[in-house]
Design a protein around this ligand. Structure first.
Ligand SMILES: Nc1ncnc2c1ncn2[C@@H]1O[C@H](COP(=O)(O)OP(=O)(O)OP(=O)(O)O)[C@@H](O)[C@H]1O
Ligand SMILES: [Mg+2]
Length: 264
């Protein structure tokens, strides 16, 4: 049985994609079959894994899978299509996106069973992986709801920055709504503080506010991801932080978080 985990936040640039890439890459090094799903029309996760639109000319992407599902294609068609869409690799397999995904913004709200479209897609490959990570674009919209509706758990990155808490209440509320109406089994793996700078009062304050304000309802990972230029450089080389700079503090922290997520 696979575990599906969404990485979500309402805020942009908080480290969702970085977290999805580095946790999934680390778990792969533990001998597990891992798939990363790019549910963002910025397609940064695909790019981080070295997959660009030019590589996908003959392949369906998440956009095509959503369209086919909204057209009520048969199980056989979807099965074939998703197997064609996945970019296999010697590390993490990727279900990639392109900017075209944004074309669904207007049609997705009109679709029948619109909250369960991703669930209907992933059921065809779920059992081929031990772990599946879904990287969402910023926002609490129908894409995030689709991700939460199919997930066993969710990770919420929060940037250790004075504005980092913006939108956290909204995310908590969305998770509660999904648990009540769509997916009662959804669990919160934890809130993950990112871009943390140990020597600043500002970051320590944010950590305390998160602990005091949310710690009694949601798990907060003990491990924080430190701000490190190595983390920002790694995507340019199509590498995870574990491959790019294995001794980097952020690599160690992502490894610990990954182990926690594996055994939760
Ligand atoms: N720990 C870190 N140290 C330094 N830079 C980081 C760290 N984590 C992420 N970054 C950088 O911050 C930027 C935003 O990170 P990322 O793309 O992971 O955020 P995101 O939440 O996925 O953004 P979006 O909401 O746009 O999808 C990227 O340039 C990334 O390389
Ligand atoms: Mg992102």
């Amino acid at each position: 049985m696979s575990k599906i985990t969404s990485i979500i936040s309402c805020k942009g640039g908080v480290g969702k994609t970085t977290t999805a890439v580095n946790i999934s890459s680390y778990i792969h090094t533990q001998g597990k079959r891992v798939l990363a799903v790019d549910l963002d029309y910025q397609h940064n996760l695909s790019k981080h894994f070295g997959i660009f639109p030019g590589h996908l000319k003959d392949k369906p992407t998440v956009y095509d899978l959503f369209n086919a599902a909204m057209d009520d294609c048969s199980d056989d068609e979807m099965n074939e299509m998703i197997h064609n869409a996945i970019v296999k690799s010697t590390t993490v397999d990727v279900l990639p996106s392109t900017a075209k995904l944004s074309l669904l913004d207007k049609v997705l709200p009109t679709a029948t069973c619109r909250e369960y479209i991703l669930k209907g897609i992933l059921k065809h490959i779920k059992n081929e992986y031990d772990y599946i990570f879904i990287d969402c674009h910023p926002g609490c919209d129908l894409f995030a709801i689709n991700a939460l509706a199919v997930s066993d758990s969710v990770i919420i990155p929060v940037e250790a920055h004075p504005l980092g808490l913006e939108g956290l209440d909204q995310v908590e509320k969305l998770i509660g709504t999904v648990q009540r109406h769509l997916n009662p089994d959804l669990k919160v793996d934890g809130i993950l503080l990112t871009k943390f700078q140990n020597n600043t009062n500002c970051c320590r304050n944010i950590r305390d506010v998160v602990k005091d304000g949310y710690g009694n309802r949601m798990h907060i990972f003990d491990e924080h991801i430190k701000y490190s230029i190595g983390v920002a450089e790694a995507p340019e080389f199509g590498l995870s932080i574990h491959e790019y700079a294995p001794k980097n503090d952020a690599a160690r922290s992502y490894a610990k978080i990954a182990m926690e997520v594996m055994f939760k």
